[in-house]
Design a protein around this ligand. Structure first.
Ligand SMILES: [Zn+2]
Length: 383
């Protein structure tokens, strides 16, 4: 937590510097309404406290005035650490304070309520040693959860038992640092926003083991009453359809998750050894059954997306799944379907960050909490 910045004005100035990337004192004064002397005094303190650095002269004023000194976030003053926790894999990402990647690792390992704390603690200990010389060291840790999360508390993890422990609390005890936990699709949405802050309404749609969507309204993550906003996996695609683990029939997830995609191809081809990669190979070799299936799959995803678009009215929808990476035609088919609806002005695009989106979102959550700012924009080139 920031100890030395108590006043609202300091936060206002810092928020301007973070979200404009580089800015002069005069421009901060203009944007915030604070007078120049106040801005100068605050900036002086921010520089002393390692939050901000000067980056040399900017462009001169239209009237030919002196070139102002530009200010920017001292992004190498600390690091954010985020983990992505899946039942069979633990990944982590370390970034500077501007979202720039320093290191990312992934390990195939069974994660459950007994192993998760020792696994994360071991990684954290090594990272803490590596980054303890930086002025702010590690500013926080975020864990991305494939399940429903409400107010730093896991409500449901359908594919493993993490919902049986108070993960954030226990980690905080072990690591002695602020720990944030959040749903993976919500984090992916935060990351998409930070890398494209000019879109104030967006949806990030993920299809992995399950299906989920993160929703940004007016630049803020919309979570609903109990963290379930965007939990579209159990909305119904076919009322008389397949039985789902949730007890209902015909859930979206039963047709369009990666697991469902592979299982459907197993049934279609009567071959239970097919992997996503081998299905992609069939597709590239113009296998007509696979092509027909992909068309049907894209249409089903598009129906689910159309419902989401109708509910939340985003400017843009980012799609995040190995399926869209391996079958780029699917993106085109989905877009074509949406073009035939009244939502044709909504852009449907592949994720800007791919499989690392929720990890970058974890960094955003650490940063927003550490700097106490409402939005945190990353320079476009850092990912
Ligand atoms: Zn269901």
């Amino acid at each position: 937590m920031i100890q030395s910045i108590r006043e609202q004005n300091s936060l206002l100035v810092l928020s301007e510097i973070i979200n404009q990337y580089t800015i002069s004192r005069a421009k901060i004064s203009e944007n915030t309404g604070l007078n120049k002397a106040t801005v100068s005094e605050i900036v002086k303190q921010l520089i002393t406290d390692h939050y901000v650095i000067e980056t040399g002269a900017g462009t001169s004023t239209p009237s030919g005035g002196r070139k102002p000194i530009m200010l920017t976030l001292n992004h190498q003053a600390g690091v954010a650490v985020s983990f992505d926790i899946r039942y069979n894999r633990l990944s982590y990402l370390v970034t500077y304070l501007n979202g720039e990647k320093i290191e990312r690792h992934s390990r195939e390992i069974e994660v459950n309520k007994h192993t998760v704390i020792p696994l994360i603690s071991e990684v954290y200990k090594a990272l803490h040693e590596r980054y303890s010389d930086l002025p702010f060291s590690i500013i926080g840790v975020t864990a991305s959860i494939h399940g429903i999360v409400d107010q730093n508390h896991i409500l449901l993890t359908p594919y493993f038992d993490l919902d049986e422990i108070e993960l954030a609390e226990k980690l905080q005890e072990h690591l002695q640092i602020p720990v944030f936990i959040e749903n993976e699709a919500n984090l992916a949405a935060l990351a998409e926003l930070s890398f494209n802050p000019y879109r104030s309404h967006l949806i990030s749609f993920s299809a992995h083991t399950g299906i989920g969507a993160g929703i940004i309204l007016d630049q803020q993550l919309y979570k609903g009453f109990k963290g379930r906003a965007g939990e579209v996996g159990h909305t119904v695609l076919y009322p008389e359809g397949k039985l789902c683990a949730c007890g209902n029939h015909g859930c979206f997830e039963q047709y369009c998750s990666v697991t469902a995609f592979v299982n459907r191809m197993h049934t279609l081809k009567k071959d239970h050894t097919l992997s996503l990669d081998s299905i992609a190979a069939l597709y590239r070799n113009d296998d007509s059954q696979t092509q027909q299936f992909l068309n049907q799959y894209s249409k089903e995803v598009a129906i689910g997306l159309t419902n989401l678009i109708g509910l939340y009215d985003p400017q843009i929808v980012y799609l995040n799944s190995e399926i869209f990476e391996l079958f780029p035609d699917s993106l085109e088919q989905i877009d074509q379907y949406i073009q035939q609806t009244i939502y044709k002005d909504v852009s449907v695009l592949p994720s800007q960050l791919g499989s690392d989106a929720s990890l970058y979102g974890g960094a955003v959550l650490c940063l927003k909490n550490y700097f106490k700012v409402e939005t945190f924009a990353f320079p476009q080139s850092t990912a």
